[in-house]
Design a protein around this ligand. Structure first.
Ligand code: UDP
Ligand code: MG
Length: 316
């Protein structure tokens, strides 16, 4: 097997036929040496039926159905664990990432690179809010993270077996796949492309999921927020020292320290600082707890390749 194409799909019923068509054309030159792995991430629409239907027309297609929705990054991981190719190509189901870029990525990999990732030159058809938050996210992450995570880069990439095996050795539950590839090292290079608008359906990343994704990335790749909490407590100590001087001064000079406004100010400021610090701690402790439970990342409930698969067996 030369190439595996891995696509996580959640409620992508409408995109599947178009996606499979485009992918089939792209992998046609590799004939039987290509496979397409579609992972149904606990969809509630007809995604799985669409995958099964597509499978009857495209023999190189394999469908995996997760037992419940586990999120984009875990669905992607499930596909990566199932992939058998020497080179693994991953993209979104909504065709925002042009599959046709595969041949360019292949030739760059032929020059000796281990990872060829797509870098978004421009994002079409995305809201100003999405573009602004994404812009801020990649820059903040880079300022905070201990590894250099390429900016404006999604999971759209071609990786070789060596790099994938390295990444799959990382057992964490809070997965930020593009960061894990960056952390793994090896020889990496970007290739610029224009991100198309979503072909069909709507985004599966509402604000709630975006925030979770961003905090997962930040906490997984940086401990700077914890240091920030320490610094903030020093700043508030400094501030309270100044206040103390002021209070003593006004007691000595004016024999009174009028209070209501400054008391309210101090209480709200310091309780704010405390709660924020607790919140930052909580984000890390919650993740420690989840990692410590060491649960399997996902269960596969159906696999079009093997009818004898026991339900709930993890693909290895
Ligand atoms: N996705 C998934 N599980 C989820 C959310 C999303 O498998 O819980 C998939 C989705 O089907 C798509 C990819 O992740 O293939 C990226 O999602 P989407 O295109 O909605 O994100 P956006 O491009 O809007 O950031
Ligand atoms: Mg998309």
């Amino acid at each position: 097997m030369l190439i595996s194409v891995v696509v996580p799909c959640m409620n992508e019923e409408a995109s599947i036929p178009v996606l499979v068509d485009r992918l089939a054309q792209v992998v046609a030159p590799y004939g039987a040496r290509a496979e397409i792995v579609l992972v149904d991430d606990g969809s509630t629409d007809g995604t799985w039926a669409a995958i099964e239907r597509a499978q009857t027309t495209c023999s190189c297609l394999r469908g995996l159905k997760l037992s419940a929705n586990r999120g984009h990054q875990i669905a992607l991981t499930a596909g990566l664990e199932a992939a058998q190719g020497e080179r693994i190509f991953m993209l979104d189901a909504d065709l925002q990432d042009p599959p046709e870029l595969l041949s360019d990525m292949m030739s760059m990999m032929d020059q000796g690179y281990d990872v060829v990732y797509g870098r978004r030159r421009e994002r079409q058809g995305e809201t100003l809010f999405k573009r602004a938050t994404a812009w801020a996210f990649y820059r903040t992450l880079n300022a905070m993270a201990d590894v250099d995570i390429p900016r404006d880069t999604g999971d759209f990439r071609l990786v070789n077996r060596k790099t994938l095996d390295a990444v799959l050795l990382m057992p964490e539950r809070a997965r930020f796949v593009r960061g894990m590839f960056a952390w793994a090292g090896f020889r990496q290079i970007g290739i610029e492309y224009t991100r198309a608008p979503r072909a069909l359906g709507e985004t599966k990343y509402p604000l709630r999921k975006m925030i979770r994704f961003a905090t997962d990335a930040m906490t997984a790749f940086s401990t700077k927020p914890l240091k920030f909490a320490t610094r903030m407590s020093f700043a508030s100590l400094g501030f309270s020292a100044l206040m103390m001087i002021y209070v003593i001064y006004s007691l000595v000079i004016y024999q009174t320290a009028p209070g209501w406004a400054s008391v309210v100010l101090a209480i709200s400021l310091f309780s704010g600082v405390q709660l924020l610090t607790l919140g930052i701690l909580g984000e890390y402790i919650g993740r420690l707890y989840i990692e410590a439970k060491n649960r399997p990342l996902y269960f596969v409930s159906e696999d079009t390749r093997s009818a004898t698969l026991l339900p709930l067996r993890k693909v290895v």
